[in-house]
Design a protein. Structure first.
Ligand SMILES: CC(C)(COP(=O)(O)OP(=O)(O)OC[C@H]1O[C@@H](n2cnc3c(N)ncnc32)[C@H](O)[C@@H]1OP(=O)(O)O)[C@@H](O)C(=O)NCCC(=O)NCCS
Length: 181
């Protein structure tokens, strides 16, 4: 599956393709994960997600053969949950994170989700900004959620994903990504 956006307009001159993550991608995804997060998943977590979790849908964003970002969701009837999303540090600030998030939203909506939630560190302003841009709001705080430094998690939700207002918002954001030169 290709990203719906024309990558030439969405992320600079490179072609940014989004495809389903496979087991062959895990080593490279893990490299990006270790460089992006202070707490990381157990070594077999991605493999288990890809092979045994029927609710899970994971994608990688590539420029040529190189994986530059990845993201995943769980979709459980009307609820969806972003489990992870990251862009390789040297490729940040070029809209790849936004294109990945839009892809996860499209995937969740296509699979019937009405709501989407995620947890984000209180200090992670960049990610929060991205989520707010896509209509996520903070509904609660989980105190000391992150065990490495006892940091709070903001629990953010977006919805109604199927409603006219949200669809209009997504279309406007998609159009703005298309319009980038
Ligand atoms: C969060 C992350 C995925 C964003 O990816 P990215 O490709 O760098 O972001 P984009 O270029 O697509 O930016 C899209 C939007 O994100 C927000 N954003 C991105 N970087 C930002 C920054 N440094 N400061 C503030 N807002 C930022 C902005 O809203 C931006 O939209 P704008 O350009 O219209 O202002 C990336 O920073 C990352 O991988 N971080 C480490 C992993 C992580 O924290 N994941 C989220 C866990 S909850």
């Amino acid at each position: 599956m290709k990203a719906e956006l024309d990558p030439a307009h969405a992320g600079g001159p490179e072609r940014f393709d989004i495809v389903r993550m496979t087991a062959a991608d895990i080593a490279e995804v893990t490299r990006i994960e270790r460089a992006s997060f202070t707490t990381t998943w157990p070594a077999d977590a991605f493999y288990n997600e890809l092979t045994t979790n029927k609710l899970a849908h994971y994608f990688v964003g590539r420029i040529g053969e190189r994986i530059v970002g990845y993201g995943g969701i769980w979709v459980i009837f009307e609820d969806s949950h972003i489990t992870t999303i990251a862009v390789d540090a040297e490729f940040r600030g070029r809209k790849f994170g936004e294109i990945l998030l839009l892809h996860l939203l499209d995937e969740a909506i296509e699979r019937g989700a009405t709501w989407m939630t995620l947890e984000v560190r209180e200090s992670n302003v960049a990610a929060q900004q991205l989520y707010r841009k896509y209509g996520f709001t903070t509904v609660t705080t989980r105190k000391g959620y992150y065990s490495d430094n006892d940091e709070n998690a903001l629990v953010m939700w977006a919805g109604n994903l199927k409603g006219d207002l949200y669809r209009a918002r997504l279309n406007a954001l998609r159009a703005a990504l298309h319009a980038r030169t």
